[in-house]
Design a protein around this ligand. Structure first.
Ligand code: 1HE
Length: 272
């Protein structure tokens, strides 16, 4: 992309979003905030479609995204007030809309970091699970109260959550309505990083900025190819890995980065 285009899209970063979402740009990254604190960031149709619009219209020069929630909680999940009006066909369509939107996050163009605090519940946890990295503040707690509400997961939580913490733990959360605290969530793999209350957004931004410095083709491979290899049989997976490795390492970007390291301009790997 030319410099001119990058500058133009920087100026134009003003996605048309519902009042329940706010977005801002910070250099190469964008920050999306769930902004419905009066309803604990419960996800209604308007909000989920707003998330879709945000990711669909993300400028090409944005290289990572942070998603966080305004107020005391990340998200109370599905807006339960909309549920009562839906019959079965409408409920299928609704769930498929969530699938489409969350797939757009997971299999979109840029890595997404979720910053979780307070309640990360039901569809809120499904949203976080669609993100590539998850930062939790100590206030975070996780629950899947679908069983007690007489409903079920609908935002592909049945697909993503068992891959994060195993079917058995998802079953426990759903059957018992138990909550996991932030420490437990960190131990089980719901978060990658656990930080003090109030420190989550800064940590999320730091991670997004770091991710944004990776080679775009490597980030593409990590987001799109790695999970597919992990799900495929080892023989096909090995072949796909070799092909992806060849494509990545023969790119001009890789050659430049490797040369930089060998000529002492590249960053060393340092212990944190
Ligand atoms: C809501 C929702 C909601 C809050 N839909 N309106 N999710 C749940 O079962 C979680 C339900 N919510 C709660 O358990 C609590 O609200 C919280 C623990 C998240 C926060 O408690 P608190 O004391 O801070 O807030 P609150 O007083 O309970 O709620 C404030 C307002 O938000 C209140 O509305 P108001 O008009 O009386 O002020 C609540 O009704 C409203 N509110 N949560 C609608 N979820 C794709 S399938 C996914 C399936 C699921 O996500 S199931 C999980 C649903």
């Amino acid at each position: 992309m030319s410099r001119g285009m990058a500058t133009r899209s920087k100026r134009q970063f003003a996605p048309r979003l519902p009042a329940s979402l706010t977005a801002k740009r910070r250099g190469d990254i964008a920050i999306l905030r769930l902004s419905r604190p009066q309803k604990r960031n419960a996800i209604d149709d308007t909000l989920v479609l707003g998330i879709e619009r945000f990711f669909r219209t993300l400028p090409m020069d944005i290289r990572a995204v942070v998603v966080h929630g305004q107020g005391e909680h990340f998200s109370a999940g599905l807006d339960l007030s909309e549920l009562t009006e839906r019959d079965a066909p409408a409920a299928v369509a609704h769930s498929q809309t969530w699938h489409r939107v969350f797939n757009q996050i997971q299999f979109g163009r840029v890595p997404v970091v979720a910053v979780m605090h307070g309640a990360v519940v039901g569809g809120g946890l499904e949203l976080a699970a669609a993100c590539h990295l998850r930062v939790a503040e100590r206030s975070a707690y996780y629950a899947l109260p679908e069983g007690s509400r007489g409903i079920f997961l609908g935002g592909a939580g049945s697909i993503r959550l068992p891959r994060l913490i195993g079917v058995s733990r998802v079953m426990e959360l759903m059957l018992t309505g138990r909550t996991y605290g932030a420490e437990e969530g960190q131990t089980y793999g719901l978060s990658h990083v656990l930080v003090d209350d109030g420190a989550g957004l800064a940590k999320g931004i730091e991670l997004a900025e770091r991710v944004a410095t990776n080679a775009p083709l490597s980030n593409f491979a990590i987001m799109h190819v790695l999970p597919r290899i992990a799900e495929s049989d080892p023989s096909s997976g090995s072949l796909t890995e070799s092909l992806m490795a060849a494509v990545a390492s023969s790119s001009g970007e890789a050659k430049r980065r490797l040369k930089d390291f060998l000529e002492k301009r590249g960053k060393k790997v340092v212990r944190e």
